[in-house]
Design a binder for this molecule. Structure first.
Ligand code: SF4
Length: 82
């Protein structure tokens, strides 16, 4: 996988991403419910801007992190998908 911001190759496994997201979410306290989280991720899974099955092509966030944060929204141009 290449970094969104450059052509540098970034080798990160799904397990590593899940661990990173889990660690970062421990620092957050404004989280959505599991149901809303799943609903948001379903939009991401269908989105043409999802890269590598993990990363939003507009903000560069891991969607599993961004979708869990209550104060975040989808950055899709022309209208948020969630
Ligand atoms: S644009 Fe929105 S729906 Fe698409 S991957 Fe990014 S956060 Fe998910």
């Amino acid at each position: 996988m290449s970094c969104k911001g450059c052509s540098t190759s970034v080798i990160v496994s799904t397990q590593e991403i899940e661990k990173l997201v889990e660690e970062q979410l421990l620092l957050e306290d404004d989280l959505v419910t599991d149901d809303l989280f799943k609903e948001r991720l379903e939009h991401c899974k269908q989105c043409p801007s999802l890269m590598y099955d993990t990363t939003c092509g507009h903000c560069g966030c891991f969607v599993q992190f961004r979708a869990k944060l209550a104060y975040k929204s989808c950055p899709y141009p022309g209208g948020a998908k969630w």
